[in-house]
Design a protein around this ligand. Structure first.
Ligand code: GDP
Length: 302
């Protein structure tokens, strides 16, 4: 239900347009596909993904000898799920360690909802009975540490911090020692999100990762990239930059509730082959959902 509600803006625009198209066209022809293509591109599905989808649709329509546009609608849903799930690595499961500490590095540009997502994740893990700790690794942005502390208090989770401007790698070192000493299950690490200087960003992330790896050989177990769905194709280019800087294992796509362009989920998945693991559907603590392609596509049409 939450998924459905959160997608209402995209649904109203996307499904509304598709329904209108199906009502206007009785027969499946080139014009029908041209208009469908425009609708999909308008929903930020991404040009490459749209082309692939349209090609697949045409083949399927031919194969099943579909004449009626109404029938095409269900094929669109099927193909959207198929495209999302193709290529493997589509699972939204996190790589939790069954024995010992799981370290999750959270990266992303300022303002995308990184702190909020960390707070929501901390709450979710806590509710699952896990012992959670936060690391205030964004020592660069003014107020970032305090903001994380506010979330820590709200969900009842401790925050390991140093003063503003200190070395984020040192914060990570402290946090890992604390996590080991306190038998923590999940350590969620905030990082600085300045994209103005790509070289600095990469260096900082590499250093932070190095420190984590030195303390726990196969950590970080997840590198979650937080992207703001309302920024559309910008989110896609951020994803490209971050995946060059570090090994991103999953995406948390925030503010899906605030955009009619929810198709960006498919563009990210298809063009970068990084699974969307969570979607943010509001500002409240429980407004974060594990991503599920079928629920998502159903949410777009139902
Ligand atoms: P950060 O700079 O990346 O840490 O961003 P914040 O966590 O401070 O979030 C920026 C703003 O986005 C805040 O006002 C959040 O409440 C809001 N926000 C975060 N996630 C979501 C979401 O999924 N939906 C909506 N509607 N707002 C969100």
């Amino acid at each position: 239900e939450k998924f459905k509600d959160g997608l209402s803006k995209t649904r109203d625009s996307f499904a509304g347009k598709v329904n209108d198209l199906v009502a206007r066209y009785r027969k499946v022809d080139e014009d029908f596909f041209d208009e469908l293509e425009e609708i999909l591109i308008g929903a930020d599905v991404g040009v490459n993904t749209v082309m692939e989808l349209i090609d697949e649709l045409k083949l399927e329509v031919k194969r099943r000898n579909i004449q009626d546009t109404k029938e095409v609608k269900s094929v669109i849903s099927e193909k959207l799920v198929e495209i999302y799930e193709s290529g493997g690595n589509a699972s939204s499961e996190l790589n939790f360690q069954t024995d010992g500490l799981t370290v999750i590095l959270v990266v992303g540009v300022n303002g995308v909802g990184k702190t909020t997502t960390i707070g929501k994740l901390a709450n979710k893990f806590k509710l699952e009975g896990k012992n959670v700790l936060l690391a205030a690794g964004d020592t660069f942005r003014a107020g970032a540490i305090e903001q994380l502390e506010v979330w820590g208090e709200r969900v009842g989770v401790d925050v390991i911090k140093q003063s503003s401007g200190s070395d984020p790698a040192a914060v990570m070192y402290d946090a890992i020692q604390a996590a080991k000493a306190r038998k923590v299950d999940v350590l969620l690490c905030d990082t600085a999100g300045r994209l103005q200087n790509k070289v600095n960003l990469m260096k900082e992330l590499e250093k932070v990762k190095r420190v984590i790896e030195r303390e726990i050989p196969d950590a970080p177990h997840e590198v979650l990239l937080v992207l703001d769905a309302t920024t559309g194709q910008n989110a896609l280019s951020q994803a490209k930059i971050f995946s060059e800087a570090t090994n991103v294992t999953g995406i948390a796509l925030t503010k899906l509730d605030g955009t009619a362009k929810g198709g960006i989920v498919l563009a990210i998945r298809n063009e970068l082959n990084i699974p969307v693991k969570f979607v943010g559907l509001g500002e409240k603590v429980d407004d974060l959902q594990p991503f599920n392609a079928e629920q998502y596509v159903y949410g777009l049409f139902a």
